[in-house]
Design a protein. Structure first.
Length: 114
């Protein structure tokens, strides 16, 4: 099982960034997919979740209205579009596949400068 998350980087406050997570080694369409993040000294926070077919999404209050999670089951990829970024969004972002078992990516750093 591999979850690869390119797309992190440095962006200014108010900017946008799109993360992607390419999955392999399991039946992607059978897993709900999530993005979580962890800032230094803080616990990991669940940011967004999308159901297996992409019909339903959920967001943390801190990102609702700014972030959009989506998935392409034909490409085995989940995305996180992040708009209106704030310095408090700075964290390592992880993608996560959830079913009876859970798989995690290695994480990608997102830094928002003020």
């Amino acid at each position: 099982v591999v979850l690869v998350e390119p797309g992190g980087g440095l962006v200014q406050t108010g900017g946008s960034l799109r993360l992607s997570c390419a999955a392999s080694g399991f039946t992607f369409r059978s897993f709900a997919m999530s993005w979580s993040r962890q800032a230094p000294g803080k616990e990991r926070e669940l940011v967004a979740t999308v159901t297996t077919a992409g019909a339903s999404t959920n967001y943390a209050a801190s990102v609702k209205g700014r972030f959009t999670i989506s998935r392409d089951n034909a490409k085995n990829t989940v995305y996180l579009q992040m708009n209106s970024l704030k310095p408090e969004d700075t964290a390592v972002y992880f993608c996560n596949a959830r079913s009876a078992v859970a798989y995690w990516g290695q994480g990608t750093q997102v830094t928002v400068s003020s």
